[in-house]
Write a protein that binds this ligand. Structure first.
Ligand SMILES: CC(C)(COP(=O)(O)OP(=O)(O)OC[C@H]1O[C@@H](n2cnc3c(N)ncnc32)[C@H](O)[C@@H]1OP(=O)(O)O)[C@@H](O)C(=O)NCCC(=O)NCCS
Length: 233
């Protein structure tokens, strides 16, 4: 389902080897929505168990830091108290059918079964790329006439019981040379500065002198509190 992401996400600097534990030690927490009639998966919910005590200031900043904290908690035998969403992905052919809401509900069910404090997610708002110049701090609180969040993905989490917390400013960081960015985006970068790139939630920064382009993607924390008393280690 790699086509579910912008093309340059293939260059996400996260270390994929770190993620193998999701399919071994932490398999019981992962969610797959499978269509037996087509014999194929329609969606996934990838999560990692972490120790979270309900203090918003202690949330890991970004996907890579979440997996690092989860691994650290695991090796130091800290009891997990939350599931941290790494990615919820629905096959493009199966989108807009409510599958993601079912995946979120299943993850919160798993949290309940384990008596976890919460399901916490660093959400990548799906329509933010259309408003790359608006700060996420403001965009996250845009609404539709019903009063629900404007962004459908934030809205889905809020409908499932999630609460919007703060912005995680470096949720995904992608660095590359100017040549790499030109290949990844099909654009020409002939001056240093900020550029709007297809699929990016904020502009990328191009620095010709140092031959580097950097994308720092903000995401928004959403907290699904399941059992506020379950925070012991
Ligand atoms: C975000 C994603 C998981 C949503 O999955 P989904 O199963 O299609 O979502 P749902 O069918 O439950 O729809 C939830 C809402 O989002 C809307 N929606 C879904 N995809 C949309 C799209 N591409 N554009 C606009 N709205 C969309 C639905 O219409 C619905 O809105 P509603 O509140 O008006 O009913 C899916 O689009 C996806 O996999 N995207 C790529 C990966 C990604 O960005 N994941 C999230 C970051 S971890």
């Amino acid at each position: 389902m790699n086509n579910a992401w912008p093309t340059f996400f293939g260059r996400f600097t996260g270390d994929e080897e770190l993620y193998s534990i999701l399919y071994t030690e932490w398999i019981e927490y992962q969610v797959v929505c499978f269509d037996p009639s087509k014999n194929k998966p329609l969606g996934y919910g990838f999560v990692v168990p972490i120790h979270y005590d309900g203090n918003l200031d202690k949330l890991p900043d970004g996907w890579n830091n979440a997996i690092l904290q989860a691994l650290d908690d695991y090796s130091s035998k800290k009891n997990p108290t939350a599931l941290n969403g790494m990615a919820i992905i629905v096959d493009p052919d199966a989108q807009k059918q409510g599958i993601s809401l079912e995946i979120i509900k299943k993850i919160t069910d798993i949290c309940r079964q384990h008596n976890f404090h919460s399901f916490i997610v660093n959400v990548r708002p799906i329509l933010k790329h259309q408003y790359p110049l608006i700060p996420l701090e403001k965009y996250a609180h845009w609404t539709i006439p019903t009063g629900e969040p404007f962004d459908p993905w934030i809205r889905t989490h809020v409908r499932a019981g999630g609460e919007i917390a703060h912005v995680s400013s470096d949720a995904v960081v992608i660095k590359g040379t100017i040549d790499q960015w030109q290949t990844w985006t099909g654009l020409s970068f002939q001056d240093s500065g900020e550029y709007i790139v297809k699929g990016a939630l904020v502009p990328i920064t191009i620095d010709l002198e140092n031959n580097i382009g950097i994308y720092r993607e903000p995401n928004i924390w959403i907290i699904h509190t399941i059992n506020p008393n379950s925070t012991s280690s």
